[in-house]
Design a protein around this ligand. Sequence first.
Ligand code: FAD
Ligand code: ZN
Length: 477
Amino acid sequence: MVADLPAGLGEQLARRLGPRGYVSDAAALAPHLTEWRGLYRGAAAALLAPASTAEAAAVVRLCAEAGVAMVPQGGNTGLVGGAVPHSRPGRPQVILSAARLNRIRELDVANDTITVEAGCLLAQVQAAAAEAGRLFPLSLAAEGSCQIGGNIATNAGGINVLRYGSMRAQVLGLEVVLPDGQVFEGLRALRKDNSGYDLKQLFIGSEGTLGFITAATCRLYPQAVSTATALAAVTDPAAAVALYGRARERLGEQLQACELIGRAALELVLAQIAGSRDPFDEPHAWYLLLEVGAFDQGAGARLESFLADSLERGGVRDAVLAQSEAQRAALWRLRHSISEAQKRAGAGIKHDVSVPVSRVPALIERGSALVRRRIPGALLVAFGHLGDGNIHFNLNQPPGSDREAFLARWPEIAGAVHELVAELGGSFSAEHGIGALKTAELARYRGGVELALMRRIKACLDPRDLMNPGKLLPPER
Ligand code: FAD
Ligand code: ZN
C-alpha cells in the first residue's frame, strides 16, 4: 500500500514541475518501482523529475518540510536495489528522477574537463568527449542506460579502472541538492584545491543517502591513437594472474583493460545471446580479454608481440587479436553480454567482490569448492576485472531447479563467500555498492568505528532520514 502525500503537497509539486515532471499515474510509475532483475519491488506516491537545479532544490525543500522521503533514481541499472523505493507502509515517499537533468553544460578542451548534468547517460558523456577529440574513460556494459549521477552515487568502476581509476578519480566538482533543499555548489574544475575538507568526496559512492546530485565536472583525457584488443586462452586463474603481471611489465600503463572470463560464462553467452560465437576452435578453461591503447600507431604490434612471446613461453594456450573494429566489438560483446546471458539462463546469486590480485586464484578455487559443496550442479559464472582484483563470482541455478528455492539460499551462500573474501583480505562490495542488498554485510564487515562514523555523517547531513531511507546503512538496533 502506498502512503498518500500530505494534503495539498501533490498539487504543489505538480504545479512546480509541470506534467512532464510530476508522474503519479500507476502505469507510468511501475517501471521505476522495480529493478533490472526484478528482485526488488517498492512503492512511491509519485515520481518527481525536475528539469533544473532550482526546480530540484524547490521540490526537495517541499518534500523535506512535509517529512516525505525521497529516493534518488538514475538509469535504474544498479544491481543492489539502491534506486528502488522500499515498501514503507504508512510513510509517504517519492522517487527523485534525474532523467530531465540531461544537458552537457560545458566542455573545456584546454582544461580537459566536462561539466554535465546528472541525468546525462554515460554514453552521452562519452560521445560528447569523443566529439571534442577527448576521452571520458568510464565504460561499463550498462553505459547506454546508466546516468552519470548514478555512476557518481555508486562510484562506478567498469573496464578501464586499471588505467584511469573509478568514477571517484574522474570527479573534480559536484553540485548536490542536500536533503533539506539547500544546494552544495561545488562545481569547481580544479586539479588542485586544498581549501578545507573535500566535501564532494562524501557524495561519491553515497548511493543517494546524503543528497541528490544534479551536476558534475569531470576530467577528460587524450584519446588513444591506436587501440588493440585480444582474447587469450589460459589454463587457470593462476596463469591469468601471471599473464596479467607480464602484460603490465611489457605494456605498462598502455594496458587499459584486463578482463577475466571463465568458460562457463562464455558458454552461457554462446547459448543465450544470438549472433555470438566462440573465437577459438576448441574450448579453453579461462580467458583474458586484454586491451592496449597507445599514443602512436603501435598498439597492435605491441600486443601481438607480447602474445607471441607468451605463446612461446607457454603462458598462453591460444590467442586471437582483433583485426578490425567489428572483431574488436565482437570480443567486447562476449564480455559485456555475460550479465544479460546470466539473467536469461535463470536465477543468479551474485557476489561483487575484490581481493588483492595475487589472491584471485585462491578466491576462485576455494569459492568454487565451497559453492559446489553447498549447491551441487550450480553453474559457476566467474568473470570480471582481474586487473582490479574485482571478480563477479556469480552462480546460476542448476538447470531445471526451482528458482525460489535457489534464491532462498542467497544469504547462506553469500555469507560463506564473503567470509572467504574477508579471510583473503578483500571486500564484499567492490563496485556495485550496498543498496538494499548488503546492509547486513556492512554492519558485519565495517562495524565498530567505521560504521559509527558513517552514521554520524548521515545524521549530520540528513538528520530526519529522508534521503533514500533504509539503503546503505543497516537499521539501528
Ligand atoms: P541507479 O541504478 O538509478 O541508482 C544507483 C544508486 O545511485 C541508487 O542508490 C540511487 O539512489 C543513487 N542515485 C542515482 N542517481 C542519483 C543522483 N542523481 N543523485 C544521488 N543519488 C543517485 N557497475 C559498475 O560499477 N561496473 C560495471 O562494470 C557494471 N556493469 C554493469 C553491467 C550491467 C549489464 C548492469 C545492468 C549494471 C552494471 N553495473 C556496473 C551497475 C550499474 O550500472 C552502476 O551501478 C551504475 O553506476 C548505476 O547508474 P544508474 O544511473 O543506473 O543508477
Ligand atoms: Zn563489473
